[in-house]
Every structure is written in structure tokens, then in C-alpha cells.
Design a protein around this ligand. Sequence first.
Ligand SMILES: *Cc1c(COP(=O)(O)O)cnc(C)c1O
Length: 402
Amino acid sequence: MANEDFGRNRPLGFSTRAIHLGYDPSTAQGALTPPIYLTSTYAFESAEDGAALFRGEKQGYIYGRTKNPTQTLLEQRLASLEGGEAGLVVSSGIGAITATCWTLLSAGDEVVFDQTLYGSTYAFLTKGLQRFGVKAVPADMTNLAMVEEALTPNTKIVFFESPANPNLRVIDIAKVAEIAHGRKALVMVDNTFCSPALQNPLAFGADLVVHSATKFLGGHGDLLGGAVIGRAELINQIRGVGLRWLTGATISPINAFLILRGLKTLEIRMQRHSQSARAVAELLASHPAVATISYPGLADFPYKEIAARQMRDTGGLIALELKGGHDAGLKLMNRLKLITRAVSLGDAETLIQHPASMTHAAYPPEERTKHGISEGLVRMSVGLENVDDILDDLTQALDGVR
Ligand SMILES: *Cc1c(COP(=O)(O)O)cnc(C)c1O
């Protein structure tokens, strides 16, 4: 079996597991690539057998809302890559976050969240959960004293992104986890910006890791998907309650297959994303039209030390602001010819967008400023094109903005 260590005394490497783990071609007529199980339901051997499956006394497949063999393989690989016991994949990143929160929270509970979150996650916590009696409390988690202050005996979940979307603030996962665990709260980290190739939040004490698999995990801009990884006991609960009853956010077997395909090149893609983004960040840092730039690979990045401790590489996302502010940012976007104006991230294409009017438009304007997402901020996801072509396009666009 491919998930053994082939008799060696060391665990298989990241890409080897991403390519082989959990699948043996001899179980599928020798097919090199795992089959896609396009089925909504499963035949029971007998009526008694079906009843035993429903009672949980027998392991197996019942109905496609909760699991499918293609999905199971993806869950095993993601759990291994994140260093978790178990994984669950669902139809979108927001599906993963909502299924997890609906499962673990009840009216009267509180969630403490970092002040900078992806727009729809922020909307779910502050506009969605609040309507059902769950209090969502923002905190600047780069300031540990503020985390302490925000926690109460009712806090069940501490939630943050690191690096945060869109401005790349970095949160100290181990320190926040220590504080949260001291107060019996679970720590949930959105690891979308790094993917497991660059960062494993569970290793720093997080209880649950969530992903928008739409981004780097899929990696090709052709699907939506989400994942949550953690202890089997929590994941089973989220599958049985959050997915099965509360959201129905089931992933299509075809999308699970496409994410499995994406995982095979994840490590190598993240290396290229990081390498090219470093070159783009250096160009931006030296250009007279640029006022500020936030990128973990730059010497003056304010969270450089924590980022270096938590992340294996510097990643593909860059946030910048031009000296001409909001209007110059939009002008830059409109002058680009190769770099594509689009939301999302982690694709082969280099993408650029304006968070205040796009991904983070769900924040009321005054909240946005308070949460560190300025009106002039522009976010780039550096793609896999030849870096010289990215740099040329950016240079011609920036030169015209001055
Ligand atoms: C895109 C994104 C999400 C939401 O994921 P979907 O797959 O679009 O539902 C959540 N968190 C972060 C950090 C994201 O970038």
C-alpha cells in the first residue's frame, strides 16, 4: 500500500503523500488515477446491513450527502498533509466554516475572531451567527492582551486567519492557542493563504484548520471546495451534524477529484508562487508609485519573525497601497494587460483585486477602516506565469500611474 513507508524508517515526504497516500491501483483494476465515484447512494447487502450502517455499528457508505469514496481519499490526504487525525471536505470554504461553527456553537456562546477576516466569513460571524444568539467579538490578535481581554467563560471558539485576508497580518498561532486553551476555548485557523505546504497550524496548537480549497488546494480556478481538519472526534461531529443536518454543503465527487489532482502539484506550485511573489514584492518595494507593501518575504515586514517561525516559505499573496491611494489603485488595475482583474487567489493566473469594493465589501466602511482594511489597499495573488512577464506588465502599469 502506498501509505506505508516502503520499509524505510522515515515518514514519506509531503509531495509523495499528496500523490500516493491512501490509494493502491490494484484495488481499482490497476488504474493509476483513483476513480471518481459518481453515485448519490449505495446498495446495502441486506436490510439488516443497512440498519447496522445507520446505527453506526458498521462502517461504510450510505448516502452521498455525508461521504463518497473519492471524497474520503481527499480527506485522508488533507489530514495527512495538515498533520491532523481526520479531515472533512465540503462544497466551499464558507461551507467548511459554517458547518464547523453551526456544529460547535449554541445560543449564548461566543466566538472571538481576529479583526481582519475574509469578507464573507466576517459577514457569517457578525450578521449570520448573531441572529441565532451567538455573540461574535472582534479582537486585534496581533495584540495578545486584547485576546485575553476578549475571552469570557462563554467563549467556545477563537477564530483567525494567518496571514489574514487581505492585508497579511500574521497571528502567533502558538501564543493565541495557549491563551484560548487556558480558557477552554477551541482554536480554529483559516490556513487558506498558506495551504498545508507552507504552514500547519495544528502543529502550533490549533484544534481545527479550515481551508477554502477553491484557492491553492484546487489551484486552477475551476472549482469551489472547502475543508476542515482536526481530531477525529470533532470531525465526525461536524460531518454528522454540520454537514448532514445543518448545511448540506456536500462537495461534488468531481470537485473532490479535481482537488486530488491539484494536491499532486501543491508543493511545487507553492514554491513557484513564493519565488515569483518575492520578485514582485521587491519590484513594488523599489517603485516610486508604491506607498506601502505587505509581504512576509520583505525585510521590513512587521510580522517577519512570527511568519518565519510558522511558515516554511513566504507565499503568493501581496497587499499594497499606492501613493495616489484609492484612485491610483484602480488606475493600476485598469492599466494591467496580463495580470487579471479578478477576486479569488491561488490560481495559475496572477490576479489583482480591490478588497474594499470587492472581497471585503461586506464590512461597513467604518468597520473596514477599524479592521485595518484601508480604502486604497490592492491585493495581488501572484500566479505561475514566467515571472519576467508578470514584472513587465506590473512595471508598465505602475509607470503610467505616476
Ligand atoms: C476565499 C476564502 C474563503 C471562502 O472560501 P469559498 O471557497 O469562496 O467559500 C474563506 N477564507 C479565506 C481566507 C478565503 O480566501
